[in-house]
Each structure stands twice: as structure tokens, then as C-alpha cells.
Design a protein around this ligand. Structure first.
Ligand code: SF4
Ligand code: SF4
Length: 467
């Protein structure tokens, strides 16, 4: 007999004992005798407990049997990935009217980076070429920047919509789904609403950012030309909801603003947004700052649960946690999605699911690499050229190819961590561990307390956008 390494058991403050099988994505409330049996499986005389452990695939005949199961599941997962929606980002410009201090695009040349009509045509042609190569059945054209929706970009934005609409029509004629997702900070979006109305049928959703109440938000997202970006973003959200366009709002959090989440929830409730099925508000960690204010997923989850408890469930009534990758996987397991919530890969950049066409003629896969040609995966011009070796290395980076992850009990809820961070640390196949255990404990604790953690996933997940 062989006991899998991919399990975790813990006793919660309530006295409940939880047992998770990360290999099957199943979570069990167990009795003490099952806990004893799994700890002493070689010597226990509790035959019914052993039956339970065999039946639920904790115990195998031998390691080969366990490895065979892992291989079969990984194969199914890879086959499923092929069917997933592909994301094609088009960075219209790297320039922005807000230039938030925490933006991952800080440090790259921003001015004069607006795409010409010719570049937009090339990017859309390149997207079509990649889409054919990947045999995609469904895709999202994602417009972002910098900030695309600035008055000074109007002509380019109009050109994009015209080209994108034609692309969507062609895709549909070929039996494939295609819609647009639009990113904006909302600051100058109001001036573009008539344009959005015109292309509404092709718009899946709009992504905006609201980092808290007015005082908090305006501190983090300062407009270059003074004035409040909060008021304008709020106005944009209201108008878009009136137009019945789905709005996904991101709340970027770090140590400086997380404590204000309940105030933000109050504001949302005053407006009644949380009752509108077209509105989603998700919490996203601020990364890429080295001033000690960033928070890990585990830290965010802990604060969220604490504040939610103090404020009578207000936070969970307003926010969802789908942008926290580990939390999302764990919530899926607790919701009974089983195998569907297992993580072999960490993010969409390593899943051959996401390609971003930069204004500089390069193709990126990881959003944090945009504007840094040395981190590009290919280039586009008259056609697409992908740098085979680099793409190959990234697309096989998963918990089964990272030796240390393969041995880790949390592998299938984690996915191996950020590939970019690993690569920049000198070895793409080194794990980049986050505080998975804290996340797992936090989610189990929340489930035991009957707390409602909602995670729809992100806009690239199958059901996202189906409001
Ligand atoms: S990155 Fe770390 S926590 Fe995640 S699977 Fe690998 S070894 Fe485990
Ligand atoms: S590789 Fe890292 S930085 Fe890049 S998209 Fe994935 S998680 Fe984000």
C-alpha cells in the first residue's frame, strides 16, 4: 500500500477535522478515527477507516497506481485547456493619464507609444493567425494599455473598434465565438460612451478599477492633471450599468488600503450595485512594489475574513475573491468542483491561453513583461513569429515539471507560482511558493464557519462574463 503525499488534514478551532485530497479536489469532514488511521495507516486495525481512505484515493496499491492517476488527470486537464477561451490583448498605448505608483508598466517608455492604424491592423491580423494555429473555438479581444480611453487617442480607439468588430464578425462566420473586453481606469471613459453603445453587442465586459472610497482611491490613483479619478470612475460605472454593459471592477489592495474595505462596501451598498447582476467587484493584490506594503494571498484572505466577521458579512456581500488564484482553486474544491478546480499551472501566461500584442511590435504572454522586448515571446509585423524555445519552456512549466512542486502536498491547489519571478530568479523550474497553507487553512475555516467566499474566477474563466 502507498499513501499519497497530496493530502492535508487539520483540526479547526470549532473542533471539526477537515481532510483534503488535492489529488481528487475533494474535501471531507472526518472523525478522529479516520485521522488516526491516515496517520498510522501501516499499523491501524480500523478496517472501515482504511476502506474510506482507499475508496477516496488517499491509499493506493503502490506509487505506480497513484502516478498513473496523476498522468490521466493531467492529460484530461491539458485536453480541457485547448478548449478554453483564448485571450488576445492589444495594448493600444503604454501611456496613461493616471500613472499609478504601483503599476507594473512603470519603468517602460510610455510617451509616443500609441499604435498607428497600420499597427492595429497588423496586431489584429496576427491575432487571427495565432487563433488559427491554436485551433481556438472561442476568443476574447482585450483592449488595454496604459490607458486606451484618452481623448488624445480617440482616432486610434475608433479604429480599433472598427477593426475589432470586423474581426468578431469574421470569427462568428467561421463558427467561433469572439467578443471584446475593454480595460479602462475610467478617468476619460465618459466621453467614449456613445462609441461603446455603438459596439455594445460585441462587448463582453468592461474592467475598471476602484481602490476604495474617494479618499483612499484618489491617494492610490492620482490623475496627472489633478482632480478626482474616483468621481469619474464612479460615474463611468453608473453609466455603464445603465447601458446594461457588464462591469468588472477591481479593487487593488495592499497594506495601505485593505482596512478600508468595509467603507468601500458601504459605498457600494448605498449605490445598490451589489444587487445588479451586471456588476462584479473583485479584490486583487497589488504586486511589484518593494516598499513592504504588498500583501500575500494568505494575508489578504485573513484580513478579509476578519473584517467580514467584524462587519457582519458586509465584505462578502460585495466583493469576490476570484483574482486570488490559490483562493479561487480552494473555493472550487470546497464548492465541489473537484478535479475542475485543480491547478497544474499557475497562471494563464503558462497555459498558452494569453497573448498580448504590444505597441512595440512584440508579443508578450505575461502582463508584467509588457514593453520589455527582452521578455517577449514573439513579434508581429507582416506575420507572427513566435520564439519557439522560450514559449516551449514556459508552456511546460507546471507542478509536474517543477521537481520540488511534484513532491509538494499543495501542488494541485497551487500551480507552482509565478513563472516570471522564477525566471528572473535564474531558474524557470524553481517553485515560487506563496503562503498556500495559510490560504488552505483560511478557506477551510471560512467553510466551517459558514462564511461565504465568492469566487467567480476571472474574465478568462469559462463562465466569467456570462452575467
Ligand atoms: S510553488 Fe511551492 S507551494 Fe506551490 S506547489 Fe510548488 S513547492 Fe508547493
Ligand atoms: S508569469 Fe507571473 S507576473 Fe506573469 S502573468 Fe503569470 S503570475 Fe503574473
Amino acid at each position: 500500500m502507498y499513501l499519497t503525499n497530496y493530502y492535508y488534514e487539520t483540526k479547526l478551532p470549532s473542533g471539526e477535522i477537515m481532510l483534503v485530497n488535492f489529488l481528487t479536489g475533494k474535501v471531507f469532514h472526518i472523525q478522529e478515527r479516520i485521522r488516526k488511521a491516515i496517520r498510522n495507516w501501516k499499523t491501524t486495525g480500523d478496517l472501515s477507516a482504511l476502506d474510506f481512505l482507499i475508496h477516496h484515493q488517499f491509499l493506493f496499491t503502490d506509487r505506480e497506481e497513484e502516478q498513473k492517476l496523476i498522468g490521466e488527470k493531467a492529460e484530461r486537464y491539458q485536453a480541457g485547456l485547448k478548449e478554453k477561451t483564448k485571450l488576445y490583448g492589444l495594448c493600444l498605448t503604454y501611456d496613461c493619464n493616471l500613472r499609478c505608483p504601483y503599476c507594473y508598466e512603470n519603468g517602460i517608455g510610455r510617451q509616443g507609444t500609441l499604435m498607428s492604424a497600420e499597427m492595429i491592423d497588423r496586431a489584429i491580423r496576427g491575432i487571427g493567425e495565432l487563433n488559427e494555429k491554436l485551433e481556438s473555438k472561442s476568443s476574447l479581444l482585450v483592449l488595454f494599455g496604459g490607458e486606451p480611453f484618452m481623448e488624445c487617442n480617440r482616432k486610434a480607439v475608433e479604429y480599433f473598434f472598427d477593426a475589432a468588430e470586423k474581426f468578431c464578425i469574421r470569427e462568428r462566420e467561421n463558427g467561433r465565438k469572439c467578443r471584446m473586453v475593454l480595460f479602462s481606469n475610467g478617468y476619460e471613459l465618459a466621453g467614449f460612451l456613445p462609441l461603446l453603445e455603438r459596439y455594445r453587442k460585441d462587448i463582453d465586459s468592461i474592467m475598471l478599477t476602484l481602490n476604495g472610497t474617494k479618499e483612499v482611491h484618489d491617494k492610490l490613483k492620482r490623475p496627472v492633471d489633478a482632480g478626482s479619478s474616483f468621481d469619474r470612475t464612479v460615474n463611468a460605472i453608473e453609466r455603464l450599468l445603465e447601458m446594461e454593459i457588464p462591469v468588472n471592477v477591481r479593487c487593488d489592495v495592499d497594506k495601505t488600503n485593505i482596512r478600508f474595505l468595509s467603507h468601500t462596501a458601504d459605498f457600494v451598498m448605498e449605490r445598490g450595485w451589489q444587487e445588479n447582476p451586471l456588476f462584479r467587484y473583485y479584490i486583487s493584490p497589488i504586486k511589484w512594489k518593494d516598499d513592504g506594503t504588498c500583501l500575500s494571498e494568505g494575508e489578504i484572505l485573513k484580513s478579509f475574513l476578519k473584517l467580514d466577521g467584524i462587519h457582519g458579512g458586509k465584505l462578502s456581500a460585495v466583493f469576490e475573491l476570484g483574482a486570488l488564484r490559490l483562493v479561487h482553486n480552494m473555493v472550487g474544491m470546497l464548492d465541489g468542483s473537484g478535479e475542475g478546480s485543480m491547478a497544474y499551472f499557475y497562471c494563464e501566461a503558462v497555459k498558452q491561453q494569453q497573448y498580448v500584442f504590444g505597441t512595440d511590435g512584440y508579443i508578450y504572454k505575461c502582463l508584467s513583461s509588457i514593453g520589455k522586448p527582452e521578455l517577449a515571446f514573439g513579434e508581429y509585423g507582416d506575420g507572427v513569429i513566435m520564439y519557439g524555445g522560450r514559449e516551449e519552456r514556459w508552456s511546460v512549466r507546471n507542478v509536474l515539471s517543477i521537481p520540488k512542486c511534484r513532491e509538494c502536498r499543495f501542488a494541485f491547489v497551487c500551480g507552482g507560482g509565478c513563472a516570471l519571478a522564477a525566471e528572473q530568479g535564474g531558474d524557470l523550474y524553481e517553485p515560487k511558493c506563496e503562503d498556500v497553507r495559510t490560504v488552505v487553512d483560511g478557506c477551510l475555516y471560512a467553510a466551517d464557519k459558514g462564511k461565504n467566499i465568492i469566487s467567480y474566477g476571472f474574465y478568462y474563466d469559462e463562465n466569467a462574463g456570462e452575467h
